[in-house]
Design a protein around this ligand. Structure first.
Ligand code: SF4
Length: 213
């Protein structure tokens, strides 16, 4: 039987990515092999409850919205995440996956929008990046980079020049909450005419770091 370890399933507004602001059902899977210094979901590292895939689908259906985001932790660290993603697509949802970029995204159902949060130097987990994932991003997918300081910004700028990513997937640059001044990041992007989308994490402004929001 397919089962997953789940930290929480809840309804909120999508706080980031191209679907920002849309009412979305979130499925937060438990566990993550990374330890980013700025992680705001450390409560998902352990604990959670085992749930059958059907139970997850029932809980999502009960929330009554058409968008579903599977997140973590690092959702791909659980073997049955791939089956859950496909089952959600089969059920007719618009499905997105938030993943760190440290694990292989090749086996993810092509109907799923992948939001890959590749790690910047400021995260402390740069060495975990699996750069092969960049070649697997399609036009519907998104590469997210959390910028902690100027060093991260320059690293991100060089990465984009090297990989010509803006041609394929959309690139999102987010200031790290509490570490990078958002306005300053906005100014850097404008100065360089960087072809990225600047974004703030909407949920932090609405609800802070509350779990389940
Ligand atoms: S990959 Fe995500 S969940 Fe895991 S430690 Fe980093 S920020 Fe936290």
């Amino acid at each position: 039987m397919s089962r997953l370890r789940v930290t929480e399933i809840f309804l909120s507004l999508q706080g980031e990515s191209r679907s920002v602001g849309l009412p979305t059902a979130f499925v937060r899977l438990t566990g993550c092999p990374l330890r980013c210094g700025y992680c705001d979901t450390t409560y998902a590292f352990s604990g959670g409850s085992w749930m059958a895939r059907e139970e997850v689908l029932e809980r999502v259906a009960g929330l009554g919205v058409g968008h579903v985001c599977v997140t973590g932790g690092e959702p791909l660290a659980q073997r049955d995440c791939l089956g859950l993603l496909s089952a959600l697509c089969d059920a007719g949802y618009a499905v997105s996956l938030e993943t760190s970029g440290a694990l292989d995204i090749a086996p993810v159902d092509p109907r799923v929008v992948k939001v890959v949060d590749l790690k910047t130097p400021g995260s402390g987990e740069l060495v975990r990046n699996r750069y092969e994932n960049l070649d697997l991003l399609g036009p519907g997918d998104q590469l997210k980079l959390v910028i902690c300081d100027r060093t991260d910004y320059e690293w991100a700028r060089a990465l984009l020049q090297e990989h010509d990513l803006a041609e394929g997937a959309e690139v999102l640059l987010s200031p790290c909450h509490g570490r990078q001044d958002p306005r300053e990041l906005g100014e850097w992007i404008l100065e360089d005419r960087l072809p990225v989308r600047f974004q703030l994490q909407l949920h932090k402004y609405l609800w802070g770091d509350q779990p389940g929001r």
